[in-house]
Design a protein around this ligand. Structure first.
Ligand code: SAM
Length: 241
């Protein structure tokens, strides 16, 4: 998969590409991350990429010409990072992981000229209902959420058990030591009994989801085991009150 990121601040991405799982995925050629400096597509001595807003008001607006020129050379699904877009979630990350090439535009200042969005953007993606100074962090977040889902980048079992992948929050994790600050790891996890461990994990996932994000369960098609476990959870929680 190829991810082009169009930005006015390419240095932002130096660290992103050179650490941990992302670095490995790049080295193994599972993903190509192509950081594109929008300024390289600007005309004139000053390579101006922003200008005053028509109608007045605060801030600058990213000019359309350099962006459109950059988009002529960088194809695939075009995404604009924007607080006005659809909210990024695991389902969307999974969909995007199937693309061969995506191009992400990182906005800055007041954003990009609306005509670029109208003519060339396939999808606007938001990280949430807050405003950041620029689209570089969202571009990294979107890329990271996609790259870890590309086959072979991490183990399938690993992301399949992550929160949201199967509609539930992840279960709690523990590592050595078995006792820390007087708190012991749940006994079942040290039993070596895989069926019991799986059931404990499923129950903890259901419990967390029920307590923290009940809306995730609203349209779920429950298995028989999940119904049994959820009834136990409700009874236990009632007894706790
Ligand atoms: C200061 S913001 C512009 C916000 C814009 N004036 C608005 O209110 O919709 C500059 C850039 O940061 C990025 N950005 C800011 N908040 C974001 C968010 N929640 N999700 C995705 N991108 C965001 C966008 O690329 C945006 O063009």
């Amino acid at each position: 998969m190829k991810i082009n990121i169009l930005t006015l601040f390419p240095e932002f991405f130096d660290s992103f590409k050179s650490h941990s799982i992302i670095k490995r995925a790049v080295e193994k050629e599972q993903v190509e991350i192509n950081i594109v400096n929008i300024r390289d597509f600007a005309e004139g001595k000053h390579k101006q990429c922003d200008d005053l807003p028509f109608g007045g008001g605060a801030g600058m607006v990213m000019k359309p010409e350099p962006l459109i020129k950059a988009l002529e050379e960088h194809k695939g699904k075009v995404i604009y990072t924007s607080p006005q877009g659809v909210r990024l979630n695991q389902g969307l990350a999974c969909e995007l992981a199937n693309e061969k090439e995506i191009t992400i535009i990182a906005g800055h200042y007041e954003g990009i000229d609306e005509r670029v969005i109208e003519s060339s953007v396939d999808l606007e993606i938001s990280l949430g209902d807050f405003v950041l100074t620029g689209g570089e962090l969202p571009a990294m977040v979107i890329s990271d959420s996609i790259i870890r889902l590309i086959p072979g980048v991490i183990k399938k079992e690993s992301y399949e058990n992550d929160s949201f992948y199967n509609g539930l929050l992840d279960y709690p994790h523990y590592t050595r030591p078995a006792e820390f600050n007087g708190i012991e790891v749940p006994e079942v996890l040290m039993s070596g009994h895989h069926k019991n461990i799986d059931e404990w994990r499923l129950k903890e996932s259901l419990k967390r989801t029920y307590k923290r994000r009940p809306e995730l369960l609203e349209n779920r098609v429950f298995s028989k085991l999940e119904i049994k476990l959820l009834n136990q959870i409700k009874e236990e929680l009632n007894n706790d009150i």
